[in-house]
Each structure stands twice: as structure tokens, then as C-alpha cells.
Design a protein around this ligand. Structure first.
Ligand SMILES: [Zn+2]
Length: 140
């Protein structure tokens, strides 16, 4: 088994991964007990447990965030979210004809930025300084 690499360029934004994937401390059971103790006296479970959570708007099956395609690699501490419908990608071992134009919305980049801000800002995921053209190497 070997990995296949390709270079991907997208118009979109970079978001810290810990804003998307994080742990939350929640009750381990529903019994009405002293929550300062480590274990429940009724069922023996931990009173508090760490639960893996994701931000609202993340769709793991589609790998989308607020409807936008999301790219991330295990070793990075950020994700990239594509603001436009398509990405430009290039296979490294193919010939020179293997890249495609990146279509931008006909109403311009200002509209693309505004729409992305409207979706990401309510979740505290928007920072205009992290919006731009991103290129990275992607393995699959
Ligand atoms: Zn319990």
C-alpha cells in the first residue's frame, strides 16, 4: 500500500483544528449524586467523562464545514475550508495537461468572502486574515 500525493490549491480560509475537533467534559451518567466524587455511587461509572466533540456545522461523512468542503491532514493543527465549489488539483506524476482552472463566483470574490463570513462567524470560526489562496500537498 502506498500513498498518492497531489497538490491542491483553493480559495478559502484556514481554521485552527482545535476549533473544529475538541474534547468536552460531560456527566458520565444521569444519576442525581454528589458530582465532586470521581465515581457514581449508584452505577459505578465515572461522574465526569471527556467526550470527543465537533463544532456545529461539521459533517464528517461529507467532510464539510457549514456546507464548504474541508481539507485536513493528521499532522497539521489547522484545516482548510474551500469557499468556492471546486478546487484546483494536480497529480504530480501526470503530464502537464493535468491542471484545471479554478472557477470563481461570477459575482466576485467580495461576495465569496461575505458568504463565508456569514456562515463561519456565528460559530467563531471566521478570521478575515486567514482567508486567501492556499496551496498544500495532500495525501490519500
Ligand atoms: Zn450513575
Amino acid at each position: 500500500m502506498s500513498a498518492t500525493y497531489k497538490a491542491v490549491t483553493l480559495v478559502g480560509c484556514k481554521i485552527r483544528k482545535d476549533k473544529i475537533f475538541f474534547k468536552k467534559t460531560v456527566r458520565g451518567c444521569d444519576h442525581d449524586i454528589d458530582t465532586n466524587k470521581p465515581y457514581c455511587s449508584e452505577c459505578g461509572r465515572r461522574v465526569w467523562v471527556n467526550k470527543n466533540c465537533t463544532v456545529e456545522g461539521f459533517d464528517p461523512e461529507q467532510r464539510k464545514l457549514c456546507g464548504y468542503r474541508m481539507w485536513y491532514r493528521d499532522w497539521d493543527d489547522y484545516v482548510l475550508v474551500s469557499a468556492t465549489h471546486n478546487c484546483c488539483s494536480m497529480e504530480p506524476i501526470s503530464n502537464n495537461d493535468c491542471f484545471y482552472p479554478l472557477p470563481l463566483s461570477p459575482d466576485g470574490i467580495d461576495s465569496v468572502v461575505k458568504k463565508m463570513e456569514e456562515r463561519l462567524e456565528p460559530l467563531s470560526l471566521w478570521d478575515r486574515r486567514d482567508f486567501g489562496i492556499w496551496t498544500f500537498l495532500y495525501a490519500y
